[in-house]
Design a protein around this ligand. Structure first.
Ligand SMILES: Cc1cc2nc3c(=O)[nH]c(=O)nc-3n(C[C@H](O)[C@H](O)[C@H](O)COP(=O)(O)OP(=O)(O)OC[C@H]3O[C@@H](n4cnc5c(N)ncnc54)[C@H](O)[C@@H]3O)c2cc1C
Length: 425
């Protein structure tokens, strides 16, 4: 194995939903930035994970997240040859938000192109394994096939989704006893929807549940929708894996295996038992199962459910966090709670992105310091990306001013992100 030494200003731990935006923002501000990404592409859950639905760029009142995330989204639509959808026309379901969809290959390639244009150094297939402080620098050790990399950096942004860098450093994290179930993304095509008879389908599904052909969780939302919904969406995002904890390789392996077992079981049931599904085929499967929730970082502030639901106007807010509470559980399936008024626009405070008692490290995305309820709203992709842009700006400002990121005034962070297209908060 060869050892490679590298020196940068900012290391992004994980180039996923939050990480790719953090990297582009820091790179565009002229600080030397590298991404260490365990997977094969930028975007994480929203690309490789197969959750290609970033919520919410808009609410009914207007734009809530723009900046680099919206720029990439709009550019990807242009490459697809599709118009950027009009946010005033909503999906016909009860939601005050706005759903968007990305084309995964186009978006992942575009994100990479923009990162490289911003002089970001990309290291795929590498895991961060060790981190230590050496004077005013971090020394980050990552391993890939045949490579041990020792990176010196001034700032780290932990965008790993599971607070990996924070945990490696022994900083405080939070983990609920019961976390939201995970999902393996796949898509069934070839269903002849005109042959589907809603009432009959529901009866066949209920009988299969009773006889044990199907298991609880194979269809995740029986409390919200009839089984026809599963067919209408080709099974996408519609299966639960209970206790999915992808924060280490063993947990990831277990979740991957259970996800595929569930997928095969329900696919066989659909094809063999439901009239109109005889020609159904499994067309897409994400390479790995996803957890909705593992280790959150304990930050200098923990966002509470009330903060989210009442949209606390934090003095150190850095971005919007518009969403509904989207709570998945083994007991009920999925429960959704909308904000009381469409005028409410929740925020993320800078302190929730600074690990408690730390210096020169911030977090973005799923790692955010939030209670279980608040987290069920904040974890949406547009908010994760907006946090990434804010922390990319914070790290760059810190390097330029020769201070630690936690010393940067949140208003300066917002001013920089607004210069780069973000919505003022
Ligand atoms: C099943 C499911 C459905 C969802 N549905 C929606 C939806 O419809 N709309 C929506 O807006 N949101 C949805 N969400 C929420 C949203 O997708 C996630 O909360 C968000 O994408 C998390 O972003 P992140 O940047 O924190 O993590 P990720 O996007 O998962 O990125 C983390 C990255 O870090 C890398 N990594 C981890 N550890 C290391 C390490 N040690 N070294 C190097 N790299 C590492 C990973 O490979 C990954 O690429 C859903 C989530 C799930 C799981």
């Amino acid at each position: 194995m060869k050892t490679i030494n590298e020196t940068v200003d900012v290391v992004i731990a994980g180039g996923g939903t939050a990480g790719h935006i953090a990297a582009i923002q820091a790179g565009r501000l002229g600080v030397k930035t590298s991404v260490i990404e365990a997977g094969t592409m930028l975007g994480g859950t929203m690309t490789a994970g197969g959750v290609y639905m970033p919520n919410h760029f808009f609410n009914t009142k207007g734009a809530v997240v723009q900046g680099i995330p919206w720029e990439l989204y709009a550019k990807s639509k242009q490459i697809e040859g599709l118009p950027v959808p009009d946010h005033r026309k909503r999906r016909p379901m009860e939601t005050p938000g706005y759903y968007s969809y990305i084309n995964v290959p186009i978006y992942a390639a575009l994100a990479e192109e923009e990162a490289l244009k911003a002089d970001v150094v990309l290291h795929y297939h590498e895991f961060i394994a060790e981190i230590q402080a050496v004077g005013d620098w971090w020394e980050i050790i990552s391993f890939g096939r045949g490579v041990k990399r020792v990176t010196k950096a001034k700032e780290i942004i932990d965008c790993s989704g599971d607070s990996d860098a924070v945990r490696i450093l022994g900083l405080k994290v939070l983990k609920s006893k019961v976390s939201q179930p995970g999902t393996l993304q796949y898509k069934i095509e070839g269903i002849e929807h005109e042959q589907i008879w809603k009432e009959e389908v529901q009866k066949i599904y209920e009988e299969a549940m009773e006889s044990g052909i199907l298991q609880k969780g194979d269809w995740a939302y029986p409390n919200l929708e009839p089984f026809q919904y599963y067919l209408a969406h080709g099974g996408h995002n519609a299966t639960h894996i209970y206790d999915a904890d992808t924060s280490d390789a063993d947990g990831q392996t277990r979740a991957n295996i259970e996800g595929k077992e569930r997928m095969l079981r329900i696919f066989k049931f659909v094809r063999e038992s439901i009239p109109g599904c005889e020609r159904a085929t499994l067309k897409m499967m994400a390479p790995y199962a996803l957890a909705r929730e593992t280790y959150h970082t304990l930050g200098e502030y923990m966002i509470e459910g009330e903060d989210f639901l009442k949209a606390t106007d934090f003095e150190d807010k850095v971005c919007n966090a518009f969403n509904y509470i989207d709570m998945h559980s083994q007991e009920t399936g999925c429960e959704v709670q909308f904000l009381e008024s469409e005028d409410l626009l929740p925020k993320v405070p800078f302190r929730a992105l600074i690990p408690k008692d730390s210096r020169r490290i911030t977090v973005a995305g799923r790692n955010v310091s939030a209670s279980r309820v608040a987290f069920a709203g904040i974890r949406a992709q547009c908010t994760c990306m907006a946090m990434g842009q804010a922390m990319g700006a914070a790290a760059a400002l810190a390097v330029q001013r020769g201070v630690a990121s936690r010393e940067i005034d949140s208003r300066d962070i917002v001013a920089v992100t607004v210069e780069h297209g973000a919505v003022p908060v």
